[in-house]
Design a protein around this ligand. Structure first.
Ligand code: FAD
Length: 353
């Protein structure tokens, strides 16, 4: 197995890794990116077939180069995002090695050692940008281990036809739940199950308006002002399939079932029902298994950070994941601020190395 020395090693070649690479390149740093996928696109490669962004191209762009407008002027589709990320990597000549799986990190005197299936890398600095897609979350509902029907998380859901004519529960009150329920309910006997009634945004509020409101909220917090936005990035955007489900009169939810039986579920009123499949749209957790050995992953599954830098391991930065590593850092547009700050701090750190 080989042994490679590099100043900065970025783990993860999705949008967060590429945006970080863009700024590391601007600082002319010696860096490379390791990514376990065989091709560019990060988590978007695993999105379902009809997945469409909730904001237009210009509001879904990485630093330096705007995502090309779609031919029909609609919000970009999954494959257009994958294509954009592939071209972005090429455009800025970002050095990504694929497929390389990072297993663990250990501390050395002046470097962190990174074990992979292609050998060991020794880096002065590591940026973790591994996202959340490979760590889907499913709640521990009573009896789940006995249920014999099909279960699939939105991370692995592909298309509604796989559930045609089945009795299906789509669980989860966010955008994934709304969009998957909207299309599955066209071909299956589906119910949408949520813990609380979902919050639908007005029809004219799309991702662009949400970003504007979220930015305004962030500014207000910095300036100590009061500001209550009309919606948040967690509320449901009325994309065309969800509107269509509303027009069909099926955009309704049931409260969460209390437990599973081998054949189905038990509803809060005690009624038992046989169910063929459950689609979990219940979110993700940060994919940080490779950092466990450093002792930096806390009980809540996150790493304590100051900005994007680990508090317990000052040679480690984290980019992407969610608001805890920077405002809106798990979005295409929002990751720029975190990536820029991380690269700037890394440059300062290496100057004093
Ligand atoms: P990822 O894209 O997951 O990239 C991480 C990369 O690291 C992957 O290639 C992975 O294989 C690799 N990796 C992980 N672990 C290892 C390891 N141990 N070794 C080597 N490589 C590893 N955002 C928007 O801006 N607009 C939207 O409209 C939008 N819609 C969304 C819809 C859905 C359904 C979801 C789930 C998210 C959406 N997002 C949207 C959010 C966001 O853009 C994505 O979650 C995004 O993929 C996060 O990018 P990332 O680079 O942080 O992580």
């Amino acid at each position: 197995m080989s042994s490679t020395a590099v100043d900065v090693l970025v783990i993860g070649g999705g949008q967060a890794g590429l945006a970080t690479g863009y700024f590391l390149r601007r600082h002319k740093l010696d860096y490379r990116i390791l990514d376990r996928e065989p091709a560019p696109g990060g988590a978007w490669r695993h999105g379902w077939d009809s997945l469409q962004l909730f904001s237009p191209a210009q509001w879904s762009s990485l630093p330096g180069w705007q995502m090309p407008e779609t031919e029909d002027g609609e919000w970009p589709q999954r494959d257009e995002v994958i294509d954009y990320l592939a071209r972005y990597q090429k455009r800025y000549d970002i050095p990504v090695e694929r497929p390389v799986e990072v297993a663990s990190l250990t501390r050395g005197v002046n470097r962190l050692s990174v074990e992979t299936d292609r050998g060991t890398y020794h880096a002065k600095v590591v940026v973790s940008a591994t996202g959340t897609w490979s760590h889907p979350f499913i709640p521990q509902v009573e009896g789940i281990g006995d249920y014999r029907g099909r279960q699939v998380h939105s991370a692995h859901y592909r298309r509604p036809e796989d559930f045609r004519d089945r009795r299906v529960l789509v669980v989860g009150g966010g955008n994934s739940g709304a969009q998957i329920y909207a299309e599955v309910s066209r071909v299956a006997n589906a119910s949408w199950v949520t813990r609380h009634p979902p919050k639908f945004l007005p029809d004219d509020v799309d991702g662009r308006a949400l970003f504007e409101m979220a930015t305004e909220k962030w500014k207000a917090e910095q300036e100590g002002r009061e500001y209550t936005p009309a919606g948040t990035l967690a509320d449901i955007v009325m994309v065309p399939p969800v509107k269509e489900a509303r027009e069909r009169g099926v955009l309704e939810t049931r409260r969460m079932f209390t437990r599973f039986t081998p054949q189905g579920v038990v509803w809060p009123d005690g009624e038992e029902e046989a169910v063929d499949a459950v689609i979990w749209c219940t979110g993700f957790r940060p994919a940080l298994a490779h950092l466990e050995g450093l002792g930096v992953v806390e009980a809540d599954g996150r790493v304590d950070t100051e900005g994007t830098r680990s508090v317990k391991e000052p040679r480690l930065w984290l980019v992407g994941y969610g608001d805890w590593t920077g405002f809106a850092s798990a979005t295409l547009l929002g990751v720029m601020r975190s990536a820029r700050a991380a690269a700037h701090e890394i440059n300062d750190y290496l100057e004093g190395f």
